[in-house]
Design a binder for this molecule. Structure first.
Ligand code: SF4
Length: 689
């Protein structure tokens, strides 16, 4: 029997796990006393390892490389030599015929690890010579990065997950932590027990609302109006920290010019929140000696999400809640390595360590280190994952190399995504399961899973943590970075790494922000938060010490914008608003958790559509009835969950299901800055079957 220490692969909290392994099977997962988890785990942490033992798999694990030589043909098992030769030659052919930007690549914000992400973006930039590299964090957390970068100068969570329970006030906006991050929910409960005030802004009566001092049950689609009303009250009632704002921020006058029109009374009809409640909430927030602003995808999955993130961080700036312990702003990420994927430059505008692709000096630095002619490096921001369908149908992207993502399950408007992928000449999928995207591939490259390789993840509070290999994999599979290296070599760029640590050390040398985080140090300290610029540096639990922001002026920028209505409104044909939400026991595309016996048993497919009891009564729908849900884009089967926890006129569907996939219904209306789709709002109808 052996005990291996790892990090849970399911969400950005980054709980540490100890896997107990016997005869190459995991027989138990225990807590390993991580900094973020207080030795606790949620259901996914306990049982999300079942698929590694290869029992009760609904989806087959990929165990050998396969090629579909003809689009209409079948997959043929091939040797690794043939898979690499064929893939390299097709990619080269497309690059030579259509240029480097005709190829799109993705990293993975899941179990692949930071080293694989670093190597993938190096392959895109150094071998393909394109900045077309992105990951599915675009559909959940992109707006937080863009919004925070604009107002504070850094796109990451400002403080530590462990700070939450010591904050004296939590403003929780569009974030159902009980389902998304149960270990964060425990910290929220602890904060409440410690006497913190809790303000929840959510259209649904979510679990956290039950322990909140105030629940502002706003209408769907009006986040910006409510955030502006918050700012209005802080200034109008002189609740803001005048000295802090004068010393450390800029843009107060322009900010007021927008929010002055958003008094709680003026927008009460729009937000649905009584003005008195808005004013009381801001009095509570401003009076707290320390306050934290937390949000989730109820903020980021709208076409005006970057503006709302900027508005929420402005509330922290107005009240001086940054740059010290137990305050701050941020989003805990849905997948476990969203932060790591970003850290490693799986972004079309940034190299690893948040260095701009448009900066010639940065391009030169990376080109020199990688032994490449700097003139070959792409000097333009690349394409985003959400733009693939449009670019493919316009003939601008001809090939996609997808690593550890399943866009045909997780992207908005799946009909459009299928059309886009159908228009591509060549699709390579590197994954552990036969996902929806893998089914459409020309080449399948089977990889080791979390549990079968080692590396480093970054949890949502910028904390790097190492994870160990626990099992020998079954089948003829390779590590992600090993496959990418073989492809690079076959394409004429020799790339050889002996192990993960060698990749990590190459990355550190190029990224001043991470330089001090060595494998040895992570081994000793467990969780090290960047910035960590030198070997003696202990890491940074909170950003912006002394309230010096990473903006050109060193000041935080206050920001407000007029509210914009969502792109689609309910009408006589589609009278209800659909909002997508999370199923507590499953991860994003469910490929791993859907193959774990205990988690499978939690709920059946198709997933539920939560509907208000009065709406259900009008439609003659009873609890657990099978129903059709349709939008202008598609129609799916689901099971009614009749509830009084939600407002009338809305329905909620969990997005993880393969049958009843709600992304058949959602729309690809993108935020103009982050290019994140508006999956939290579209018009639908629900009918009895
Ligand atoms: Fe912790 Fe998240 Fe894993 Fe649950 S899913 S054990 S909260 S890391």
């Amino acid at each position: 029997m052996k005990k291996m220490t790892t990090v849970c692969p399911y969400c950005g909290v980054g709980c540490r796990l100890r896997l107990i392994v016997e005869n190459n099977k995991i027989i138990r997962a225990e807590g390993a006393g991580g900094v973020t988890d207080q030795n606790q785990r949620c259901l996914k942490g306990y049982y999300g390892r079942n698929f590694l033992n290869n029992t009760r798999l609904l989806t087959p694990r990929l165990t050998r490389p396969m090629i579909r030589y003809e689009k209409s043909g079948k997959f043929v098992p091939v040797s690794w030599d043939e898979a690499i030769r064929y893939t390299a030659s097709r990619l080269l052919e497309i690059k030579n015929a259509h240029g480097p930007r005709a190829i799109m690549t993705t990293g993975s914000s899941r179990g692949a690890g930071n080293e694989a992400n670093y190597v993938m973006q190096k392959f895109a930039r150094g071998v393909l010579n394109t900045n077309n590299v992105d990951c599915c964090a675009r559909v959940c957390c992109g707006p937080s990065v863009a919004g925070l970068q604009e107002t504070l100068g850094n796109g990451a969570m400002s403080n530590s997950i462990s700070d939450i329970e010591n904050s004296r006030c939590l403003l929780i906006f569009g974030y159902n932590c009980a389902d998304a991050h149960p270990i964060v929910a425990r910290r929220v409960l602890k904060a409440r027990q410690n006497g913190a005030k809790i303000i929840v802004c959510d259209p649904r009566r979510i679990e956290t609302a039950r322990i909140a001092d105030r629940h502002l049950q706003l209408n769907n689609g009006c986040n910006m109006a409510l955030v502006n009303a918050f700012g209005h009250v802080l200034i109008d009632e002189q609740l803001y920290d005048r000295e802090y704002v004068e010393k450390h921020t800029e843009g107060l006058e322009a900010y007021w010019q927008i929010v002055k029109d958003y008094s709680p009374e003026a927008v009460e009809h729009l937000t649905g929140v009584p003005a008195r409640q808005v004013r009381q909430a801001m009095r509570t927030f401003a009076a707290a000696p320390s306050a934290t602003v937390m949000w989730g995808m109820g903020v980021t999955q709208f076409a005006q999400s970057v503006d709302v993130v900027r508005g929420l961080s402005s509330l922290a700036l107005l009240t001086g809640n940054l740059g010290r312990p137990n305050v701050g702003v941020g989003q805990v990420h849905g997948q476990n390595n969203v932060q790591g994927a970003y850290d490693m430059g799986v972004l079309p505008n940034l190299f690893p360590g948040y260095q701009e692709v448009t900066d010639p000096a940065v391009r030169k630095k990376f080109a020199r280190a990688w032994g490449i002619d700097p003139s070959l490096m792409d000097d333009k921001v690349g394409a985003r994952i959400t733009e693939i369908p449009h670019l493919a149908m316009a003939g601008k992207i001809k090939a996609c190399y997808i690593m550890g993502e399943d866009p045909l399950q997780t992207e908005a408007d799946l009909g459009l995504v299928r059309q886009g992928f159908g228009a591509l000449d060549f699709v390579v999928v590197q994954d552990i399961f036969m996902t929806r995207t893998a089914e459409m591939a020309d080449v399948l490259l089977p990889v080791t899973s979390w549990g079968e390789h080692d590396g480093v993840f970054t949890c949502a509070d910028r904390g790097f943590q190492r994870f160990e290999k626990a099992l020998e994999p079954a089948g003829d599979v390779k590590r992600d970075w090993e496959i990418i290296s073989l492809l690079a070599t076959a394409m004429g760029y020799p790339m050889r790494y002996a192990n993960s640590q060698q990749i990590w050390d190459e990355m550190r040398e190029l990224c001043p922000l991470f330089y001090g985080v060595t494998y040895e140090k992570m081994g000793d300290m467990g969780h090290i938060q960047w910035p960590c610029p030198n070997l003696d540096h202990p890491g940074t639990p909170w950003l912006y010490a002394d309230s010096r922001f990473d903006t050109p002026s060193g000041r935080g920028r206050l920001f407000a914008a007029p509210w914009r209505a969502p792109a689609e409104s309910p009408d006589e044909h589609f009278p209800l608003v659909l909002c997508t939400v999370r199923e507590v026991g499953h991860d994003s595309c469910r490929s791993m958790t859907g193959n774990c016996a205990v988690l499978q048993a939690l709920a059946d497919e198709p997933g539920y559509v939560q509907i208000n009891s009065e709406d259900a009564g009008t439609l003659g729908i009873r609890h657990h009835d099978l129903v059709w849900v349709s939008s202008r884009r598609g129609k799916v089967i689901s099971r009614a969950d009749v509830s009084d926890c939600i407002n009338r006129g809305t329905v909620y569907m969990t997005w993880q299901w393969w049958v009843g996939a709600c992304n058949e219904l959602t729309q690809n209306n993108l935020d103009p800055i982050s290019k994140t789709p508006e999956t939290k709002y579209c018009a639908v109808k629900v009918e009895q079957i």
